[in-house]
Design a protein. Structure first.
Lengths: 247, 247
């Protein structure tokens, strides 16, 4: 069943309105009709079965039915902080990371990062990435749409509020470090926030890793193979799902 | 350090010849010179440090030095069997799956699969996918290049030699099945072969899942979120690395 997000809270039995691109999708892509069933997720991240009651070109009125009991969110929040990446790689990180349960994405400028997002184009990039996150959240049947932001650099990143922090560090993996990720994952409590930092293709500079470590980010290895910058966040999210959700 | 594969066995102290696209890469992309260091992986999947001794336009002579002790292979073989996918998705599965440690890829035709590979184009597709596997294996510093094959369909897939088999099944995940993957992963011994089957975007038909189950493939859930066809294999490989390599 197709899932749509609304930016208001509502309860079972109430009628809600779906507008914008979702209304377009329901009518033009799904060709839905009155009495068709969809899934609606409210701003409180609660999913409901919904029945379409009325369609106009720009609005779809839906009566909320019973709640969906399945929770598709990771038990803890995982924010993926990535060095600014080229367009297709950033798109891929946000799309796949959303499917795999990330609660948010932060892009930051790093020392060895080659890709640049011109200041005057950042807003456009964010609009695009947020649209990708919304579509991936719909498709993966998430209960929330991950946030996507840009911050100025590593100093700002060290100030992001978190319960735990990790930094994927190739040198850790090379030195055979294999226990830190599992150890950190086991400490994170439900609903707490883990911020995970990933460098660019050329890696983070040792001074950048030291700066993060001084701000309580733990250096972790992600196995013995060298992962590309856009693959490492997907490994992490899959690993956390395995450790937290598959028991 | 750059890594290259040769299709012969050799021992420390011997001189080997690198030809073909690798020779081109060493000279034209890396602009290497005599006395430069590279890594060489022999047909026995053993990696060595190597020193370039001679360069001609088509051949690079390398003296093998000490062996590299790091083993970058998963402790057991994991073969990813995917329903035939559209070009860019098949490319992604092979590239990312190689980075994440797959030992091979098998593409097969399935009931709900929409993508088709015309018989007369299959050889060309395999050449392309094998080249992607080779490049990803180099980049990820793998000790072997994953195989890429096409088989006729599910009946042939059930006859592939294996020690364990799993099939990613959305219905298992929907019913809250969360233990089967971890249980299977714990049974697989070092060097044994696990074949993991993934359906197309529309999923496998119930009869196809039953056919696989009759051939000792265990249905497993990959967490509560709905993953796209090209994301599920990457989740599985990351999960197995986490369970097998991060302790």
């Amino acid at each position: 069943m197709q899932r749509y997000f609304i930016d208001q809270t509502a309860a079972a039995g109430e009628q809600v309105e779906i507008t914008g691109t979702s209304a377009h999708h329901i009518q033009r892509v799904m060709r839905a009709q009155v009495a068709d069933q969809i899934e609606v997720v409210t701003a409180a991240h609660q999913a409901y079965y919904g029945t379409i009651e009325n369609l106009t070109p720009t609005k779809v009125a839906v009566r909320l039915g019973t709640t969906l009991l399945t929770n598709t969110e990771l038990p803890s929040q995982v924010v993926i902080a990535c060095s600014i990446a080229k367009k297709d790689k950033a798109d891929w990180i946000v799309q796949k990371g959303t499917e795999l349960g990330a609660s948010g994405f932060i892009f930051f400028a790093s020392q060895y990062g080659i890709a640049k997002w011109e200041p005057q184009r950042q807003d456009k990039k964010l609009v695009r990435l947020r649209k990708i996150a919304l579509e991936a959240a719909r498709q993966a049947h998430r209960n929330l749409i991950p946030s996507v932001t840009i911050i100025s650099g590593l100093a700002a990143l060290t100030k992001v509020v978190k319960d735990y922090g990790i930094v994927a560090y190739e040198e850790s993996a090379k030195q055979g470090e294999t226990a830190a990720l599992v150890a950190t994952a086991q400490q994170v409590q439900a609903q707490q926030k883990l911020v995970a930092v990933f460098g660019p293709e050329g890696g983070l500079a040792p001074a950048e890793v030291a700066q993060l470590q001084a701000a309580n980010f733990v250096a972790v290895g992600l196995g013995p193979r060298i992962l590309r910058a856009e693959t490492a966040p997907l490994y992490l999210l899959s690993a956390l799902s395995t450790l937290w959700e598959l028991r």
